[in-house]
Design a protein around this ligand. Sequence first.
Ligand code: FMN
Length: 180
Amino acid sequence: MSHILLGVSASVSLYKACDLASKLTQAGHSVRAVLTPRAAELVSPQLFEAVSGEPAHTDEFDATRRGAMDHIDLARWAEVLVVAPASADLIGRLANGLAGDLVATAALAVPADRPRLLAPAMNPAMWAQPAVQRNVARLVEDGWRLVEPGEGHHACGDAGRGRLAEPADIQRRVEEALAS
Ligand SMILES: Cc1cc2nc3c(=O)[nH]c(=O)nc-3n(C[C@H](O)[C@H](O)[C@H](O)COP(=O)(O)O)c2cc1C
């Protein structure tokens, strides 16, 4: 059983992250989800707890967490980090070493020699933006493994590249990373 830290940001595709957490759990892994505050507005962390049987996190500054440092504990616990879906904004934060929320802080605390996977999800025009492509390229240079977004229909009505990779494909990449 491997320890998988799943970072989740606020994308319409985050329902697929629940499926990913479920698939990885059914495969025998221990999955802890960390949601950005915006992601936690779209879906309750409780859903991730229900499918994984593990605690899900979103804020380490609430009163019940005094004395704890979730970002360090989670980073030490993680054998692999997968950020899925990765929003344009979170990608920008990660590419710049910013640590303003628990997902970004925990990601920064995961040592760079441990597998870190990035599965972006966004509208095709956003994905095509030079600024987004620059940030993704920088993360790949820094050793992150990119799980390329797919092409097709988006919830906003547009079509093109930017759809979150399918959960089964992200799972395969996670398994490959664990085996490497
Ligand atoms: C319903 C909804 C769906 C969204 N989907 C995406 C998306 O797929 N990709 C993206 O980059 N931003 C998307 N956004 C915008 C982000 O949620 C927004 O940039 C937010 O600040 C990202 O916060 P986070 O990265 O901290 O989760 C969406 C917003 C809403 C309201």
